[in-house]
Design a protein around this ligand. Structure first.
Ligand SMILES: Cc1cc2nc3c(=O)[nH]c(=O)nc-3n(C[C@H](O)[C@H](O)[C@H](O)COP(=O)(O)OP(=O)(O)OC[C@H]3O[C@@H](n4cnc5c(N)ncnc54)[C@H](O)[C@@H]3O)c2cc1C
Length: 437
C-alpha cells in the first residue's frame, strides 16, 4: 500500500542514535516524522544486559542532555519521574547501570508515538525529488510505502563472526551479542571458552567467573592480542571523543583518517579498569581454596578455526609469538569477536551507484552526516547516516557521548536553522595549530 502523505524525515532503526533524534525532533520541531524498527519493542543489546554492568559513559550522554539539559526526555527527569533521584544521588556514580539505560530509553520510546516497531525497512528508492521507503510489518507481513524528504539510517552494528567460526550450532558456539539467551545451557557445560579481549569478552568472563563455584566448568579465555589490556581512559585522552576532534578528523584526507584511527587504538580497544579489577579480585579470592575453579587465561593465541567433533568442539589455535600450533577442546564457545556496521542488504542496489565512495566499503559522508550524491550539491532531499561513520567521523563514531551532537547537526540541517545550539571550543586540547597563533 502506498501512503499519500509526505514525511519530512523517516528514521530507519530505533537504537539509541535514532531514538535521540526522534526525541529531539519531537520536543523542538514541527517536523512530520516516523521512525521504524524491525524488532517487536525497544531493547538495547538484550543479549548483553548482564547483571551489575554499567554504561561506559557518564549519564550526561543520555538521549538529549547535550542538546537541551532542560528536556523532559533527560535521564534526570526519568529518575525524578520514577522517584529514583535520591537513590541515584546517594549512588554517587556517573555511570548508570546498563539495565537502567535500557529502561530509561524504553520510557522515552513510550512517549514518542511516531516510533513504530515490528516494522522492517526493506527498501529505499530515490525518486529524484524525495525518497520512497518500503516497510514490512513483521506481524501482518503487509508492505507499505512511505514518502519522505529525508531519511536517517541508524541501523547500528551486527556481530562479526570470523572465517572458520561460522555455521556451528548457535546453542554451543555463539557471539557475545546473544550471550544471555544461551547462558542457562552454557553454564551446564563441562568447559567454556571465550575468544577475544574487548569489553564484551571481559564482561562475559567476569559473569562466568562469578557463576563458576555453582557450576564447576573449566573456563578459558583466549585472545590473539598481546595481553588482556586496559582501555586508555585518561581525561585528556577522552577529549578525542569531543565534537571538536570530529571537526578536525573530518577535515583530514581519507588516508590520514585511516592512519589516525590506528594511532587511537588505545582509546578504542581494551577493557574498562573496573571490570579488570573485578575480574582479578574474583580470581584471587577463588585461588585461596584448594578446590580452586579451573581457569585458563591465554593471550598471544589466535583461534583459526572451530570444528565440531561428537559432543564437543575443537579449536585450532596458534600461539603466534612462538609460532606453535595446537588444538584445544571445549564444550561451549563464546565469540567475543566484535561488531561491524549493519548496512541493510538493499542499500547497495538502491543507492550504491548514486553515491560517492571513499573505497569499496566506505561511503563518503559530509560533516553533517549526509551521503554525498554524484548528482551534485543542490539536492533538497537527503540521506543521512548514523551508521558506518568511523572512517569519516573518527573513533567516537560508536560512542554514545557524540550521538546528540550528531543529531543536532542533522536537525539544524533539515530545518535550515539553529534549533539546537552547536557547541564548539569545548575542550582543553587543540588538534591543529591556528596559523595566526
Ligand atoms: C554490548 C554493547 C555495549 C555497548 N556499551 C556502550 C557504552 O556503554 N557506551 C557507549 O558509548 N557505547 C556503547 N556501545 C556502542 C554503541 O553505543 C551502541 O552500539 C549503540 O547501541 C549504537 O546505537 P545505534 O542506534 O547506532 O544502533 P543499535 O543500538 O544497534 O540499534 C539499531 C537498530 O536498528 C534496527 N534495524 C536494523 N536494520 C533495520 C531495518 N532494515 N529496518 C528497521 N530496523 C532496523 C535494529 O533492530 C536495532 O534496533 C555498546 C555496544 C555494544 C554492542
Amino acid at each position: 500500500m502506498e501512503r499519500e502523505e509526505m514525511y519530512d524525515c523517516i528514521g530507519i532503526g530505533i537504537g539509541p542514535y535514532n531514538l535521540s533524534l526522534a526525541a529531539l525532533m519531537d520536543e523542538k520541531t514541527d517536523l512530520k516524522v516516523r521512525f521504524f524498527d524491525k524488532t517487536p519493542e525497544f531493547q538495547w543489546h538484550p543479549g548483553m544486559l548482564i547483571d551489575l554492568t554499567d554504561l561506559q559513559v557518564p549519564f550526561i550522554a543520555d538521549l538529549v542532555t547535550f542538546a537541551n539539559p532542560q528536556s523532559r526526555y533527560s535521564y534526570l527527569n526519568y529518575l525524578h519521574t520514577h522517584n529514583r533521584l535520591y537513590k541515584f544521588f546517594f549512588f554517587h556514580k556517573f555511570e548508570m547501570p546498563r539495565q537502567e539505560y535500557n529502561d530509561y530509553a524504553s520510557w522515552v520510546v513510550k512517549q514518542l508515538p511516531h516510533c513504530q516497531f515490528h516494522s522492517e525497512v526493506t527498501g529505499v528508492k530515490d525518486t529524484g525529488a524525495y525518497f520512497e521507503v518500503e516497510v514490512r510489518n513483521g506481524q501482518t507481513e503487509e508492505r507499505e510505502v512511505y514518502k519522505a524528504r529525508h531519511v536517517v539510517m541508524g541501523t547500528g552494528s551486527k556481530p562479526l563472526i570470523l572465517d572458520g567460526m561460522e555455521g556451528l550450532p548457535p546453542e554451543d558456539v555463539h557471539h557475545t551479542s546473544s550471550y544471555l539467551f544461551h547462558k542457562e545451557s552454557t553454564v551446564e557445560s563441562a568447559s567454556i571458552t571465550i575468544i577475544g579481549s574487548g569489553q564484551s569478552a571481559a564482561e562475559v568472563f567476569h559473569d562466568l567467573l562469578k557463576e563458576q563455584p555453582n557450576h564447576p566448568y573449566k573456563l578459558t579465555w583466549m585472545t590473539r592480542s598481546e595481553g588482556i589490556l586496559q582501555l586508555e581512559s585518561s581525561k585528556l585522552g577522552q577529549e578525542f571523543f569531543a565534537p571538536d576532534y570530529v571537526d578536525y578528523f573530518h577535515g583530514l584526507s581519507f588516508e590520514k583518517r585511516l592512519e589516525a584511527l590506528k594511532t587511537l587504538d588505545q582509546l578504542r580497544n581494551g577493557i574498562d579498569m573496573d571490570t579488570l579489577n573485578n575480574i582479578y579480585n574474583i580470581l584471587y579470592h577463588h585461588s585461596v581454596s584448594e578446590n580452586a575453579p579451573d581457569i585458563v587465561i591465554q593471550p598471544l593465541t589466535e583461534v583459526q578455526k572451530i570444528r565440531q567433533e561428537d559432543d564437543h568442539y575443537v579449536l585450532e589455535c596458534r600461539q603466534w609469538q612462538e609460532e606453535r600450533d595446537f588444538s584445544y577442546v571445549s564444550g561451549k564457545v563464546i565469540l567475543a569477536t566484535g561488531y561491524v556496521p549493519n548496512i541493510p542488504s538493499w542499500f547497495d542496489e538502491a543507492l550504491g551507484d548514486k553515491i560517492v565512495w571513499e573505497d569499496e566499503k566506505r561511503f563518503k559522508v559530509s560533516r553533517d552526516y549526509k551521503l554525498v550524491f554524484k548528482d551534485g550539491e543542490d539536492r533538497s532531499h537527503h540521506f543521512y547516516t548514523l551508521t558506518n561513520l568511523e572512517h569519516s567521523h573518527g573513533a567516537g563514531a560508536t560512542n554514545l557521548g557524540l550521538s546528540v551532537d550528531r543529531n543536532i547537526a542533522i536537525i539544524n540541517d533539515i530545518t535550515g536553522k539553529e534549533v539546537y545550539k552547536t557547541q564548539r571550543n569545548t575542550i582543553f586540547s587543540q588538534f591543529s595549530m591556528d596559523e595566526t597563533d
